[in-house]
Design a protein around this ligand. Structure first.
Ligand SMILES: NC(=O)c1ccc[n+]([C@@H]2O[C@H](COP(=O)([O-])OP(=O)(O)OC[C@H]3O[C@@H](n4cnc5c(N)ncnc54)[C@H](OP(=O)(O)O)[C@@H]3O)[C@@H](O)[C@H]2O)c1
Length: 332
């Protein structure tokens, strides 16, 4: 991929919902990036978003944004079911993409997206923002330094109670349910720490075609285990534990937007490590994209596309156990 050498990385956003607004705020604290264009399905929402974030170029359709030659990279912030379609459209127009999590509905879709990015030699990354927080970098450093020995178990959860049953997360047509919305965070953490599981056991409570809550156990070579809970109708503690042979790391709530951990090493007093984040946290993933684009990279080493694909495969296997298929997925 050619290196982007403009003074500032010029972002375009597809979709003007909740996360798009947070991401736009995130970019605003970065000195070397700017939001230059936004696309919505309607002029009114594009203008409202443009006014809110002082974005000059406002499009009332997604197609026009991908053709804008003054946009260097596009952030796809639409509901899950549109990630593939929107990302493919950007890549076909020659634009690098940061696509919200879950990257796609399933591994089949993710494969198509990754193949096109690789064919076109364009940058593509799943927006798993948790990985880019400074505290998460410290967690990886502690593990790499063998401070807690071999990590043998991981326990993490992400569950919230929504009472808005009109929210798309309750709608199977959008790929709703807790697993793809929030279960993906602890699953992604497990993939990062342990790799690809060789055993998957899970149960869920399904209601009207989506998983309201679930428990997943991932098994790995050598008997390492990850215990994972997620929910969209039940509030959970939002904590993560990494349990090693020589100690443990406890990432305080909310672990997926972390600032604090307790490091317990056998024979030593517990140490509390605090690393506050700047901005609203979305700036870190945006900064990583900017760095990769400037270096001409097509992938981030912190969120590799093969890992994104293996995460999608794990979630496919889990849904197969639940016999949970979305309406847009072929019946076999
Ligand atoms: N990383 C995170 O922390 C985080 C947090 C929340 C959500 N997310 C992810 O971000 C994605 C969007 O979530 P969100 O909470 O921002 O959703 P949202 O508030 O509903 O926004 C989604 C946007 O997508 C566009 N869209 C296009 N077709 C749509 C359709 N048929 N129905 C509804 N919206 C449609 C709309 O923008 P226009 O009307 O402007 O076209 C809408 O505002 C999801 O995949 C979710 O998993 C990530």
């Amino acid at each position: 991929m050619r290196k982007i050498e403009t003074n500032k990385i010029r972002w375009g956003i597809i979709g003007t919902g909740d996360i798009a607004k947070k991401f736009a705020s995130g970019i605003s604290v970065l000195a070397d990036s700017e939001l230059v264009a936004v696309a919505s399905r309607a002029k009114r929402t594009a203008d409202a978003f443009g006014d809110l974030f002082q974005v000059a170029r406002r499009y009332d359709n997604y197609e026009s944004l991908v053709e804008d030659s003054d946009v260097d990279v596009i952030y796809v912030s639409t509901p899950h079911n549109l990630h593939k379609e929107n990302t493919l459209m950007c890549l076909q127009a020659g634009k690098p993409v940061l696509c919200e999590k879950p990257f796609a509905i399933n591994a089949r879709e993710a494969t198509e997206m990754i193949q096109l990015a690789r064919e076109r030699k364009l940058f593509l990354m799943e927006a798993m923002w948790t990985r880019f927080f400074p505290l998460m970098t410290r967690v990886r450093e502690i593990i790499a330094a063998d401070t807690i020995g071999e990590v043998r178990m991981l326990m993490a959860d992400f569950g919230y109670r929504s009472n808005d049953l009109n929210f798309w997360v309750f709608n199977p047509n959008f790929g709703g349910g807790g697993l793809l919305d929030v279960g993906i965070y602890p699953i992604s953490l497990s993939h990062q720490i342990f790799g690809i599981p060789n055993q998957i056991t899970s149960i869920s409570h399904l209601h009207k075609g989506v998983d309201e809550q679930s428990a997943v156990i991932l098994g790995y070579e050598g008997g390492r285990i990850a215990l994972i809970a997620s929910a969209i109708r039940t509030e959970t503690p939002h904590v993560a534990y990494l349990l090693g042979t020589g100690g443990r790391i406890y990432v305080h709530s909310p672990w997926w937007k972390p600032t604090t951990l307790t490091l317990s090493v056998n024979g030593r007093a517990d140490e509390i490590i605090q690393i506050p984040f700047q901005g609203n946290g979305y700036n870190y993933e945006a900064a990583e994209v900017a760095r990769c684009l400037r270096e001409g990279r097509t992938e981030s080493e912190t969120m590799l596309l093969d890992e994104t694909l293996s995460i999608m495969r794990t979630m496919d296997s889990i849904r197969t156990q639940w016999k949970l298929k979305y309406p847009m997925e072929p019946s076999n």
